[in-house]
Ligand binder design. Structure first.
Ligand code: SAH
Length: 243
């Protein structure tokens, strides 16, 4: 009996949600995703050294429409907490990973941040909700162009993007308060350390392609000293390019 009631309730909920406009469905799916990230952060607090992320980061996760950054066929899965294919062998990162990378960067209003690996543009959009200027570089022309269209259509005016090899950074816009690399590198690119402000930080996955990588924080202290710290094991597509 209980099962009968609960299955008819489920059908009623599904029928009701099918009647909702698509935007409302995405909004409630996004709210559910935010709750999932909150509990994932609690479960992994041992790595993160905290059990909740910066509210500014969580507000951005609750606001940015991830479904606008994924290919049409992936839209139904936009608010699942996992990476999704975006074409050209690349992926949009898992939302939990986007949230913790953004948090580890300690972004503040007024900051200028560089992202390497624009991909879908989603991570750049999250950052743009918090900081004053986002610069983002993508090596695959078609992806970079598509992300730029998303930024225009969705009115993200504080994001500047370009196509190129992010290993060398964006010298004319440097120095940056923060740099986030969203593809795995075998080592921390020296030009990126160079383009970090004293007092700035970089978040980068370091390790072998398709094997174990670690999310690493690199800090440039005000006296110019560089220190780094491993946070947690991750899996990213490789940083490519000619270096
Ligand atoms: N931040 C992205 C995740 C993209 S996956 C998002 O939010 O969707 C990593 C991206 O890094 C891929 O699009 C890949 O093409 C790009 N990439 C790899 N090597 C690169 C390089 N040397 N310079 C710039 N982008 C690079």
């Amino acid at each position: 009996m209980t099962r009968l009631i609960s299955s008819s309730l489920l059908i009623a909920i599904l029928a009701f949600s099918a009647l909702l406009p698509a935007d409302d469905r995405y909004t409630s799916a996004r709210q559910a995703l935010v709750k999932e990230i909150i509990s994932d952060v609690q479960e992994t607090s041992i790595y993160l050294d905290k059990d909740a992320l910066d509210p500014r980061v969580m507000d951005a996760m609750a606001k940015v429409p991830r479904h606008e950054f994924v290919p049409f066929l992936q839209k139904p899965y936009s608010y699942q907490n996992r990476p999704l294919p975006i074409g050209h062998g690349q992926t949009i990162s898992q939302p939990y990973i986007v949230a913790i990378m953004t948090d580890l960067l300690k972004p503040k209003a007024g900051d200028r941040v560089l992202e390497i690996g624009t991909g879908s543009g989603y991570q750049a959009a999250i950052l743009s909700e918090i900081v004053s200027e986002v610069y983002t570089i993508e090596i695959i022309g078609a992806l970079g162009e598509q992300a730029e269209e998303h930024f225009k259509r969705l009115n993200y005016r504080n994001i500047q993007s370009r196509i190129g090899d992010g290993y060398y950074g964006w010298e004319s816009a440097a120095p940056f308060d923060g740099i986030v690399v969203t593809a795995a590198a075998s080592h921390v690119p020296p030009p990126l350390i160079e383009q970090l402000k004293p007092g700035g930080r970089m978040v980068i996955p370091v390790g072998s392609p398709f094997l174990v990588q670690h999310l690493v924080i690199v800090e440039k202290h005000t006296d110019g000293k560089i220190t780094s710290k491993q946070i947690l094991p991750v899996r990213f597509v490789p940083l490519t390019g000619g270096h």
